[in-house]
Ligand binder design. Structure first.
Ligand code: F6P
Length: 634
């Protein structure tokens, strides 16, 4: 067993990481296009509204097609972050020089708003909150020392806890394994999507702890995860994540897991960890029940921007381990023995470094040197600043499969708002979908290439195919990775040939640093774009409406059960029609929902059909199989 310590900051371990040499910032040079940008189609349109929506951006396919002009546009606009090894190619988005000039002042205003946000302004006015996810990877930016210490102390606690778990200093009380072997993360939305994306992207092939997720209140899904754990439930660390501490789906998952622990004769508190706001329902439960550990979430970190908080960092840190190998050398004094220790798996400090480097790049006010600003510019042009086109996210790398799902929440829960900051009804948004290439070429690219033109594409290109020395030519001079590369480039060209615009983000390889950078890039792009369209990106009123409506359905179900119970306790039992149920619940207008609830109850043998069938709502009569005299439904 390799001695493991220092998951986050190993003792002088040499990181065998294939990353670009660390260059002083003075070495970082961005390609700056000249003012007169070559190859830009001149727009004959003028801004159609305050958000500079060109009346008609591309007339009859008037995107630049001349390959030499396109080459100059490509080179002139190519953004490069040398230290991250990240490129951004916006040349296949056809914004004009006029559009750029129109947007420049709006972008400058957005940059100032982001500066204020990072200084602690109330950037979430609807909830009266600061927006501080950028401080998580650069604590000295926090507006006061209390917040800075909270961030630093939490990171230290995460590292220490992960070390102790992986080192088996913290272990389950009743497992023959003598250590934790599984992580079960229970959470939903931002309390799941980030950890899921990062696990899929970065988890080593055989991590010391395998992570799985319960991210819904589907009993079959929960049963499936518990069944797959089997006897390893005894060596499973359960992390329950909920910023609010009260999300129904997460609470249900917890209750179901705790039931499984009871049935297995296990003490959940010895294997449970909570990540939530202090004094939330979940936090108080974990404290009172004496769970293994609790980590804080902060009200100034939104769920969809929480990957760099304990929400993302703890699950990630548990999927890493340090490996070592020894070698000797000799000199005048004799033989020297060396230990080379390196992190395998998810190095969360590297994630934070990648995000921090990207944040720094996005603080420049020179639009062409600001990758997030460039993305916001492209989104404004491509979707008209009103979401008129969808953003198709296509990573050509299997491990980035969940990036588009992650971006769906980050982008759509941030931008999909009914009102702008001035109270105007705008019904804003930017739709995100996609999975991975080249797989998706065999699913919906046909429509993208020839069908309805209601999208633009974001390609995510990863240059490294395999670790050095592991590649293999399946044909003379051709590897599998060459095909993947060719498919990406071919799709980009084929779409553009038919006037379909695209952005390409290129990274060297999928590493904690590049994943951190990608997350930071899109967090900032969403923030800047939200400023451009004048909406609050940091609240989610629409979701609260859905939660409230779900509560009303459950309340109606309880009333239905009470009415059916009363009728079923009669001698003889009185089966009821839907009309009779609606009348006795005093909600005749809810008869359709009553039908749906009865159908769900009957499908699960919780209500019995006396006459008719669910397919003939007017004929159906139902009752309960048992009379529940204490009427706990009330
Ligand atoms: O972490 P919590 O509070 O359980 O919320 C889960 C998710 O639900 C939302 O509040 C609404 O979807 C998201 O913003 C959040 O990520």
């Amino acid at each position: 067993m390799v001695s493991i310590s220092g998951i986050c900051s190993p003792s002088p371990a040499l990181r065998l990481r294939r990353s670009l040499p660390i260059l002083p910032s003075s070495c970082i040079r961005y390609l700056r296009p000249p003012r007169s940008i070559v190859g830009l189609p001149r727009s004959s349109s003028s801004a159609a509204s305050s958000s500079a929506i060109p009346a008609e951006k591309i007339k009859n396919g008037a995107v630049e097609k001349d390959p030499i002009k396109l080459w100059h546009r490509y080179v002139d606009w190519l953004y490069q972050h040398k230290e991250l090894g990240l490129f951004l190619d916006v040349s296949r988005i056809g914004f004009t020089e006029e559009f750029f000039d129109q947007m420049e002042p709006k972008l400058q205003k957005a940059f100032r708003a982001m500066q204020d946000l990072e200084k602690g302004a109330i950037a979430n006015p609807d909830e009266g909150r600061m927006v501080g996810h950028y401080w998580l990877r650069n604590p000295k930016l926090a507006p006061n020392s209390f917040l800075r210490l909270q961030i630093e102390n939490t990171l230290d606690a995460i590292c220490k806890f992960a070390d102790d778990v992986i080192n088996a200093k913290i272990k389950p009380p009743s497992s023959s394994a003598g250590r934790f072997t599984q992580v079960l993360s229970v959470g939903i939305g931002g309390s799941a999507l980030g950890p899921q994306f990062v696990a899929e992207a970065l988890a080593p092939d055989n991590p010391p702890l395998k992570i799985r997720f319960i991210d819904n209140t589907d009993p079959a899904g929960i049963d499936h995860q518990i069944a797959q754990l089997g006897p390893e439930l005894a060596s499973t660390l359960v992390i329950v994540i909920s910023k609010s501490g009260g999300t129904p789906e997460t609470r249900n998952g917890l209750l179901e897991i705790q039931k499984a622990f009871r049935e297995a004769g296990l003490d959940f508190s010895k294997q449970g960890v909570a990540i939530t706001q202090e004094n939330s329902l979940l936090d108080n439960t974990a404290r009172i029940e004496g769970w293994l550990a609790r980590f804080p979430m902060f009200d100034w970190v939104g769920g969809r921007t929480s990957e760099m908080s304990a929400v993302g960092l703890l699950p990630a840190a548990l999927q890493a381990f340090i490996s070592s190998f020894f070698f000797s050398s000799s000199d005048f004094s004799g033989i020297l023995f060396h230990e080379l220790r390196f992190i395998i798996g998810i190095d969360i400090k590297e994630m934070l470094v990648g995000a921090s480097l990207m944040d720094e790049a996005n603080r420049t006010t020179v639009v062409k040197d600001n990758p997030a600003g460039l993305l916001a510019l492209c989104w404004s042009w491509a979707s008209g600043g009103i979401g008129s086109k969808d953003m198709v996210v296509l990573p050509y790398k299997d491990s980035l499969l969940l990036f588009s799902r992650y971006l769906q929440q980050l982008v759509m829960e941030s931008l999909g708002k009914e009102f702008d900051l001035d109270g105007n009804r705008v019904n804003q948004g930017l739709t995100v979908y996609g999975n991975k290439g080249s797989t998706d070429q065999h699913a919906y690219i046909q429509q993208l290439r020839e069908g309805v033109h209601n999208f633009f594409v974001t390609f995510i290109e990863v240059l490294h195919d395999r670790p050095p020395g592991h590649d293999w030519e399946l044909e003379p001079g051709v590897t599998c990775g060459d095909y993947l590369f060719g498919m990406l480039q071919g799709t980009r060209s084929a779409l553009y040939a038919n006037d379909r615009e695209s952005i390409t983000v290129t990274v060297q390889e999928v590493t904690p640093r590049s994943v951190g950078a990608l997350i930071a890039l899109y967090e900032r792009a969403v923030g800047i774009y939200a400023c451009l369209i004048n909406i609050n990106a940091y609240h989610q009123p629409g979701v609260e409406a859905g939660k409230k409506a779900a509560g009303e359905v459950l309340a109606l179900q309880k009333r239905i059960l009470a009415v059916l119970n009363e009728a079923s306790c009669k001698e003889p039992i009185e089966p009821l029609s839907l009309e009779e149920i609606a009348e006795r619940c005093h909600v005749p207008e809810q008869i359709e929902m009553i039908h749906k609830i009865v159908a769900h109850l009957a499908a699960n043998d919780r209500a019995l059909i006396a006459e008719g069938s669910c397919g003939s709502p007017r004929s159906i009569k139902v009752f309960l199989g048992e009379c529940n005299v204490d009427e706990s439904y009330a």
